[in-house]
Ligand binder design. Structure first.
Ligand code: SF4
Length: 421
């Protein structure tokens, strides 16, 4: 059956099966590998992922196979699903990658897989693709490999030598969620795999200091993906897991992927996806954790331990902390400035730099393109103080809540990338 499938059929099945994985942005990637002839991430491309300086690059995002011996209830590729199946050979993926690159469709590869036979065999197949591209074809483009928890250490080491980024999916926020929906997986094994990658990245950095030009190990670091809304676990727990991964495993990114209902799903799964805005708010909260000095307990303040879907989490915090404001942009510390709604991290940097030379007025903030309507109730400038401005503070939440607009996938991704809050 498998042998009769054309390459186009396999591509259609395995590219479609890969769409559920959100964790393929390439932030943190370096440019072309030294000595490589093709596949530079510096070229122009279709927007799918981003290099560290914000350039869009396109990736071929596919599965090696969607056959899988596991039975994760949220996954369309689980062993009990009757979805159409396909499997690429290593050579087919290598040729597709090169062919697509030469046609300027892509600038890199994101490769994942269902688990076939066992973790080691699957990991070995994924690694062979990257190794063949690098060694036989001198492919210098971006490669992101999904790794398989439980695979042998040597295979993980080899994967990191050929791939720019490695990722291990945490899948669900808590151990209990995993037991409920993915009983063949367990958090300790996933964390062990992440720790192994982190340790190898650290060792590689030390080695690179000690001797000249040792091979790089996963230079774009590691990331993970968490499915949101497949269980009732609240946003606080999701963010706590993310925060632990950032500090404990030094992940570059946690990607939040709203659960998509699948055909013939188990009755314990919800019948519909969570609202897209929830994913969007989680990305905003994630940004607050990483770049704005917030901790999880400050962000998820509602009784139901979920984020407020109407307003962004920084604004939600500010509305609860009225005593903290107004903050004077001419005298406040960086930490205080970062807490002002409507002023992003980049604007804070500019404020700090400009105020060395002059005192900032309202027009200066507007020129920096801060979200003035949101910020004006929380800041003091040289010529403005909300206490004396003719502002109605009786219903501040209504005043500062942005008018509802239809949220698109691009808004969610845009937030993930820019994080200006
Ligand atoms: S191991 Fe991956 S591919 Fe297999 S059922 Fe679970 S989530 Fe799906």
């Amino acid at each position: 059956m498998e042998r009769q499938q054309t390459l186009e059929t396999k591509l259609s099945i395995l590219a479609d099966a890969a769409k559920y994985d959100a964790s393929c942005a390439s932030s943190g990637s370096g440019s072309t590998r030294k000595g490589s002839r093709i596949g530079s991430t510096e070229g122009m491309g279709i927007c799918h992922s981003y290099t560290p300086d914000g350039r869009c690059i396109s990736l071929l995002k596919i599965l090696l196979t969607n056959y899988c011996i596991y039975d994760c209830q949220y996954c369309v590729n689980r062993v009990t699903s009757d979805t159409p199946r396909a499997r690429f050979t290593v050579e087919e993926i290598v040729n597709l990658t090169l062919d697509f690159y030469k046609r300027n469709y892509i600038e890199g590869l994101f490769l994942s897989s269902g688990i076939i036979q066992n973790s080691d065999y699957t990991m070995e197949q994924l690694t062979r693709v990257a190794k063949t591209l690098r060694t036989e074809h001198r492919f210098g483009g971006y490669i992101h490999l999904k790794t398989i928890p439980g695979a042998a250490d040597e295979l993980m080491t080899e994967a990191g030598l050929w791939a720019d980024r490695l990722s291990v999916n945490i899948e669900l926020p808590t151990e209990m969620d995993l037991q409920q929906l993915a009983p063949e997986k367990n958090k300790p094994e996933i964390i062990t795999a992440m720790t192994g990658i982190k340790d190898k990245i650290d060792e590689n950095k030390c080695e690179r200091k000690a001797r000249k030009r040792p091979p790089k190990f996963a230079p774009a670091g590691q990331s993970t993906q968490m499915i949101v809304g497949a269980t009732p676990t609240p946003d606080t727990e999701i963010l706590r897991t993310a925060s632990d991964l950032y500090t404990g495993q030094r992940l570059r990114r946690v990607y939040y992927s709203a659960y998509s209902p699948i055909p013939h799903a188990d009755a314990q799964l919800p019948g519909k996806s969570p609202p897209l805005i929830r994913e969007h708010r989680l990305y905003q909260a994630d940004w607050l954790l990483r770049f704005y000095g917030f901790n999880v307990d400050e962000i998820a303040v509602r009784e139901d331990r979920n984020l407020d879907l109407e307003i962004d989490p920084k604004l939600a915090w500010a509305l609860q902390q009225r005593d903290y404001f107004p903050v004077d942009v001419n005298t406040a510390s960086r930490e205080q400035l970062l807490r002002i709604p409507g002023i992003g991290a980049r604007s804070v940097q500019r404020i700090l730099s400009i105020r060395r030379h002059k005192r900032l007025r309202t027009d200066d903030l507007k020129k920096l393109r801060v979200a003035w309507k949101r910020a004006r109730s929380f800041v003091i400038t040289e010529d403005y103080n909300p206490a004396v401005a003719n502002l109605d503070h009786s219903d501040l939440r209504t005043i500062v809540t942005p008018k509802k607009k239809q949220l698109s996938l691009f808004d969610t991704f845009d937030t993930a990338l820019r994080g200006e809050l």
